[in-house]
Design a protein around this ligand. Structure first.
Ligand SMILES: Nc1nc2c(ncn2[C@@H]2O[C@H](COP(=O)(O)OP(=O)(O)O)[C@@H](O)[C@H]2O)c(=O)[nH]1
Ligand SMILES: [Mg+2]
Length: 322
């Protein structure tokens, strides 16, 4: 397993796209192959710009990503896309549609598109996505886009996996209040009102601008928000506004090079390490040496013989003693 992982990693680093695809499958399957590959690859990552694209279904994320690919390829950049859909399996209609749309890039080895189905718990999705992004980064892509549906938990996960988070709105999808409710604007670095060809797009954009400048820029958590998100208007189907979006991403990238992307990267490192540590802790507490003691402790908590804090302390002690 370890050997296979390092082989896949080395082939991926040499630019072998089939090895890259296999490695991403291993990542998605959470196989031990992926772990040994990551140990090999991870230090080669860190150069790509990681951009999350999130927003309601139908707002035009896939179309916009496609337009961004066109623009960036024109500038000689390589682009990878991870499309995460927590709601539908990989064969779901939306992703199939995306695949057809993205087919225009088939045969271009500097474009790599991967759909990932969500499996298991939310934290699993975050760590799988994070690992997939790191693999694509190490493989040398200049830009990695992470497309996720912005409903509930996923936007927070995008924010954790990306340097820059672009939140999409479409004028006919209802007013901005919806976005606030979904917590989307809170993670936005750039807000894009897509479907600029539809009536109400400019009005939606100016409403969003007014709202964002009225809202206190103070962070809700301890993630710093150095700037208010800028609001752009695009028409993904025609490419209008896409060069301006690329320019905004470039500015973010340059700012990142000057060091201000640090907090996002640190948050991502924390999320990744935390997910792995939690998983290891859980596995350890249920292995052959520990499971009886774990179960006994849990039972004591269930029976109110000890409190949950004492239970947690005890389990932590058991898991970490050598
Ligand atoms: N009129 C118009 N339609 C768009 C635009 N962008 C995307 N669409 C259409 O909106 C629908 C949903 O787009 P899609 O990219 O699949 O949205 P996603 O679910 O957010 O990925 C498709 O029919 C697109 O052709 C746009 O700028 N203007
Ligand atoms: Mg889509």
């Amino acid at each position: 397993m370890a050997r296979r992982g390092t082989e896949l990693a080395d082939a991926t680093l040499r630019g072998d796209r089939r090895a890259l695809a296999r490695l991403l499958t291993a990542v998605e399957d959470r196989s031990p192959v992926a772990e040994s590959a990551m140990r090999r690859l991870y230090r080669k990552a860190g150069r790509a710009q990681l951009v999350g694209i999130t927003g309601p279904p139908g707002s035009g994320k896939s179309t916009l990503v496609s337009a961004l690919i066109g623009q960036l390829r024109g500038a000689g950049r390589s682009v990878a896309v991870v499309a995460v859909d927590p709601s539908s399996p990989i064969t779901g209609g939306a992703l199939l549609g995306d695949r057809v749309r993205m087919q225009s890039y088939a045969g271009d080895r500097d474009v790599f598109i991967r759909s990932m189905a969500a499996r298991g718990h939310a934290g699993g999705l975050a760590s799988t996505t994070g690992a997939a992004v790191a693999v694509l980064d190490a493989a040398g892509f200049d830009h990695v886009f992470i497309e996720t549906v912005g409903t509930g938990q996923s936007e927070v996960e995008v924010a954790a996996a990306a340097d820059t988070t672009v939140v999409l709105e479409a004028p006919e999808m209802g007013d901005e209040v919806q976005a606030i409710k979904a917590g989307l604007l809170e993670v936005a670095d750039i807000v894009v009102v897509n479907k600029g060809d539809r009536p109400g797009a400019l009005r939606t954009a100016s409403q969003l601008r007014a709202m964002l400048s009225a809202a206190a820029p103070a962070a809700i958590d301890d993630r710093p928000r150095p700037k208010r998100p800028e609001v752009l208007v695009t028409t993904a189907t025609t490419g209008e506004g896409v060069p301006e979006l690329v320019a905004a991403l470039e500015r973010r990238r340059d700012a990142g090079a000057a060091g201000s992307a640090g907090p996002a990267r640190l948050a991502r490192a924390e999320a990744q390490v935390w997910a792995i540590a939690t998983e290891r802790l859980r596995a350890r507490l249920h292995d052959r040496d520990h499971r009886d003691a774990t179960e006994a402790t849990l039972r004591q908590v269930a029976d109110h013989e000890i409190d949950p804090y004492a239970g947690a302390d005890r389990l932590l002690g058991e898991a970490t003693e050598t």
